[in-house]
Design a protein around this ligand. Structure first.
Ligand SMILES: Nc1ncnc2c1ncn2[C@@H]1O[C@H](COP(=O)(O)OP(=O)(O)OP(=O)(O)O)[C@@H](O)[C@H]1O
Ligand SMILES: [Mg+2]
Length: 367
């Protein structure tokens, strides 16, 4: 049975639908990430799970128990939900010591002193803060403050940990470090995590499953590997990893590259450049008139001049250390190619032929 279950959860703020009929189920002990661009409804969802925000419609259940339902007029207040929470901004009180910051939620729950002492010892040790118990959090680094917030969330022995961009104010090195620490804590304590981020590599690294959201609507829920390898649509493809899209149109029986710009009435015209036969799409987009061919920059090879492939001209070649990044003009559209620094490749200004090793076709073109 799922541990946290959202059924048709909807939240409207006036005329804005922040979350639209969201269904998701999180297993016990799972790390589940919500990923999507700014404003897509991630924080609003987390706040509804936490109990800080009413639902407009739908239900939330935890451990088989209803915790929110506007229809049944039922709402369990946040302090009774016992969820651990860490938010983006370092929400620590600078005038209290590290110890008192962590102990605060235990004190408001009126736990016995011995129990508070025991939980505090454990939470501080787990987050490497034992030696800093009497310090002011104001004197700690960003990572240190974030550890205080984590310790405070851990001390309440949560079944569910709600993390809203908890690492976004840290530098990249510390972020990677803290990801591992969060996973270690999860292994030790066994809580379920709902993790909100708009950083796709963070979501990939941490999660058992990822939900990708756009404008309040779920696009896909799957393992990181599936979301990467089998994206549900063009939006998911573009949001996870680097991506290239070539806009195409069907003209009579031919599939040709589209002109780079839309016409004044919002249509795409063909360029007259045929797509090589191996890239003409199959059944999935057969009915569509305008669609796109997608690929990852790392899944493209340079072929010899006489071979069949996409013909283009290298407009820019940039050395990025381990990889070389090429921009290639293909019939007026730009494609990005990335090769290892040891692989031979054309120079800027040279003509080239591209093979897409793993093409995707989407029956949608650029908006
Ligand atoms: N209290 C509020 N009143 C009115 N509109 C709100 C309120 N809270 C959120 N919204 C709107 O709901 C939508 C979703 O916002 P939300 O904060 O959930 O996005 P988000 O995915 O967390 O974005 P970000 O990545 O920027 O944190 C946005 O359009 C936002 O403007
Ligand atoms: Mg947010």
């Amino acid at each position: 049975m799922s541990h946290v279950r959202l059924v048709n959860v909807t939240k409207r703020f006036g005329s804005v639908t922040a979350v639209d009929s969201l269904n998701m189920e999180i297993e016990k002990g799972e790390c589940f990430s919500m990923l999507g661009p700014s404003g897509c409804g991630k924080t609003t969802t987390l706040r509804m799970v936490a109990g800080f925000e009413d639902l407009t419609d739908g239900e939330i259940h935890v451990g088989g128990r209803l915790i929110s339902s506007p229809k049944k007029n039922y709402y369990l207040p946040p302090e009774k939900r016992d969820f651990g929470m860490v938010f983006q901004a370092f929400a620590v009180w600078p005038h209290l010591s590290v110890y008192e910051n962590v102990a605060f939620p235990l004190r408001i729950r009126n736990l016995p002193a011995a129990e508070i002492e025991k939980r505090m010892k454990d939470a501080l040790a787990s987050t490497n803060l034992t030696g800093a118990a009497n310090d002011s959090p104001a004197d700690l680094s960003g990572g240190g403050k974030q550890r205080v917030a984590l310790a405070r969330a851990l001390a309440i022995n949560p079944d569910v940990m709600l993390l809203d961009e908890p690492l976004s104010s840290l530098d990249p090195h510390l972020r990677e470090e803290m990801r591992f620490e969060i996973k270690d804590l999860q292994r030790k304590y066994g809580f379920s995590i709902i993790y909100v981020t708009h950083d796709q590599s963070e979501a990939m690294a941490l999660s058992d499953r990822i939900l990708v959201m756009k404008l309040g609507v779920v696009q896909q829920i799957d393992t990181p590997l599936e979301v990467y390898n089998n994206p549900a649509n063009r939006f998911v493809f573009s949001f996870i990893g680097l991506s290239n899209f070539l806009e195409l149109v069907r003209v009579g029986g031919r599939v040709v590259l589209a002109e780079n710009r839309l016409t004044e009435d919002g249509l795409r015209r063909g360029t007259g450049i045929d797509l090589p036969p191996e890239l003409v799409p199959g059944e999935a987009v057969r009915g569509a008139e305008a669609f796109s061919l997608a690929s990852r920059p790392s899944e493209i090879d340079f072929l010899g001049a006489g071979e069949s492939g996409l013909r283009g001209v290298v407009t820019r070649r940039a050395f990025l250390g381990e990889i070389v990044d090429y921009r290639v003009d293909v019939g007026g559209q730009e494609m990005r190619v990335q090769k290892g620094r040891r692989a031979p490749g054309p120079e800027a200004g040279e003509a080239c032929v591209l093979r897409l090793n793993r093409p995707f076709w989407f029956a949608e073109s650029a908006e």
